[in-house]
Design a protein around this ligand. Structure first.
Ligand SMILES: [Fe+2]
Ligand SMILES: [Fe+2]
Length: 284
C-alpha cells in the first residue's frame, strides 16, 4: 500500500493510497493522572508523593480533552499510562475528561494503568486490574479493533513488553483485510534510531523486541526474555503491506521513524507535559 509521511514533534500527515476521505485523529499518551482518595484507603499513603505531582497533570489532561472537543476530529487515541495507578479517583477523573469529547475515544493501557508502584508483581497483576479500566477500554483491554473513515485501528496492550499468542493471532487476522491499518499500542517497537535515545533516557532499551536487552537487565522492568509471539509480532508488523502507522508512547519523548515500506512508528511526547500529536490521514 503506497503511503507518504511527514511530521513534526506534534503533528503527522499521512497520505494513503485508496483512502476516500480525510480522517483526523488526536494522539495522546502518558498523561500519568495520579489522584487518589479514601475510596482506595489501602493505597493512599504509598501514593502521597505521586498525588502531590498530580495537579498540573490532571489539569493538562482535562484541557487536552476540552481542546479535542473543538478540533472536528474523527477519533481520539489514548495509548497508555493515562493514569499513574488504577485508583477510582484517577479513573473517574479520566472518564469525566473523556466525556467532553463526542467522537470515539479509544484506549489501550500502559504499564502504569494497571499497577500501583508500591505493589510487587508482573503481568499477573494486569489481568487482576484490567477490569478497573472497563469504562475506558470498553471491556476489551487486551486487544480490540475499530474502523473509522475507512481506516482500521487495532489496539494491543503490549504493556508487559510482550505480545501473547492470542494477541498475535488477532493482529494477524485483522491484517488480512485490505483496509489501511493503524496500530495503537503503549510500548514502541525497538528500531535502530530509537534504541540509543531510549537507553540514554532510561538506561535500558525498554522497547518491544529489542535484540540486545539482557534477561538480567529486564528484571528491573518486570519482564523476561521475548516470547516467540512477541518476536513474531514485530516480524508481522514489518511485513504487513497494509500497516500504515504505529502510534505509541511509554518512553516520554517524541520520535518518529520508518518501521516498514508503508509504516512509520510515531512515539508521542507525554501528556503530563501537555503534549499531543494531531494526525491527518489524507487520500494519496
Ligand atoms: Fe509513561
Ligand atoms: Fe509506560
Amino acid at each position: 500500500m503506497r503511503t507518504t509521511h511527514s511530521w513534526t514533534s506534534n503533528t503527522a500527515t499521512i497520505h494513503v493510497e485508496g483512502l476516500q476521505a480525510p480522517v483526523k485523529m488526536l494522539h495522546i499518551t502518558d498523561a500519568h493522572v495520579s489522584c487518589i482518595d479514601d475510596r482506595d484507603p489501602e493505597h493512599v499513603e504509598a501514593c502521597a508523593t505521586h498525588q502531590a505531582r498530580n495537579v498540573p497533570r490532571e489539569a493538562f489532561f482535562h484541557a487536552l480533552m476540552a481542546e479535542a472537543a473543538t478540533l472536528s476530529l474523527d477519533l481520539v487515541a489514548l495509548t497508555g499510562d493515562i493514569i499513574h495507578y488504577p485508583s477510582q479517583a484517577a479513573i473517574e477523573s479520566v472518564d469525566q475528561a473523556v466525556a467532553q469529547v463526542d467522537v470515539p475515544v479509544v484506549y489501550t493501557s500502559g504499564n502504569h494503568d494497571w499497577w500501583y508502584p508500591h505493589i510487587k508483581g508482573r503481568e499477573e497483576l494486569r489481568s487482576v486490574w484490567w477490569p478497573m479500566l472497563d469504562s475506558l477500554t470498553k471491556g476489551q483491554a487486551s486487544h480490540a479493533s475499530y474502523v473509522v473513515g475507512g481506516i482500521q485501528f487495532i489496539l494491543v496492550d503490549d504493556s508487559t513488553y510482550q505480545v501473547t499468542e492470542e494477541q498475535l493471532a488477532f493482529v494477524q487476522e485483522k491484517l488480512k483485510t485490505d483496509l489501511p491499518t493503524v496500530l495503537l499500542t503503549h510500548i514502541p517497537v525497538s528500531l535502530p534510531t530509537l534504541r540509543d535515545r531510549t537507553i540514554e533516557r532510561w538506561k535500558d532499551p525498554i522497547l518491544i523486541g529489542d535484540p540486545n536487552w539482557s534477561v538480567e537487565r529486564r528484571e528491573r522492568w518486570r519482564t523476561d526474555a521475548d516470547l516467540p509471539s512477541t518476536l513474531e509480532f514485530v516480524r508481522t508488523l514489518v511485513a504487513a503491506d497494509n500497516l500504515i502507522a504505529v502510534f505509541c508512547g511509554h518512553i516520554h519523548f517524541d520520535h518518529a521513524d520508518t518501521l516498514s515500506r508503508s509504516a512509520v512508528q510515531y512515539v508521542g511526547a507525554p501528556g503530563f507535559d501537555a503534549q499531543k500529536r494531531l494526525v491527518e490521514f489524507l487520500p494519496l
